[in-house]
Design a protein around this ligand. Sequence first.
Ligand code: PEP
Ligand code: MN
Length: 338
Amino acid sequence: MIIEMEKGVDEETVQRVVERVKKKGFDAQLSPGQEKVTIAVLGSGTGKVDTQIFEVLPGVKKVFRIESPFKLASRDFKKENTIVKVDGVEIGGNKIVIMAGPCAVESEEQILSCARLVKELGGKVLRGGAFKPRTSPFSFQGLGEEGLKLLALAREETGLLIITEVLASEDVNLVAKYADILQIGARNMQNYRLLEAVGKSGQPVLLKRSFAATLEEWLTTADYLLRENNSNVILCERGIRTFGNSTRFTLDVGAVPVVKRFSHLPIIVDPSHAAGYFGYVAALAKAGIVAGADGLLVEIHPCPQEALSDGAQSLTFSDFSRLMKELKALSAAIGREI
Ligand code: PEP
Ligand code: MN
């Protein structure tokens, strides 16, 4: 349930409504950064109470129910687009934010060479997994903390922000010590304890869509992060499983405008994991941008044939350079910039 307050009401009036909500046994969350204050009434029994009990309170403009299962992620709660600001980089504004780097951090030389290129080409965020969620336990699992240290080194040299995946709740503090943005991978989208822990860390977070999740399920899991008063949530479409098997996953390009309609959160596209093959990455990246994505997450590698993970979908430096050039022209054509 949403309580929309009159424009310009004072803090005290808002607090009185919040107190009333709490007295009824519900949680209240204020939508951040809006001209008009809206209060989300959260709890399992909100459907059973009459909206009138809040409508009569001073300063309340209207009270309505959110029909969708996602509440805090919905546009009903917050009308304006959320712009996630991380150290001067804005995700969700007019600028398209490029995040790129290897699938996994493998060595100092590898991550530094990627970082230098990303920086040179105008990317803002360096990706690289230190803890890797691999299908087989016998595949390379990542360098762990050593990988995080290498990412920190790359940040120190280039000034790029760092995004890296956190696989388990017990690693959140460690990863948060090094990362600017915590990534929740597709396989963990419904790991609710992990979502809570990441939400509580207060760090900006990238929530990937599970390859088996509907948009509704995805946006509802975002509520786990948002309810910890962590509004720095970025969504990432990375392909879903369909009957089509010509690409590794099927990039749900249509999800981008649908998310934009129903949610205020920024959304980026990962063309690499959707494609599974380097030759398709550029086309999917461009499709994502044209569909309205706020950024891209792209895998690159100095020598893809030798990559310890996802080499087949990793772009060489020259392919990535060409893609960046094309993306700049494309962005200008649709009134955006990189
Ligand atoms: C990744 O980006 O490193 C990754 C493992 O992706 P996903 O969770 O989308 O499979
Ligand atoms: Mn990968």
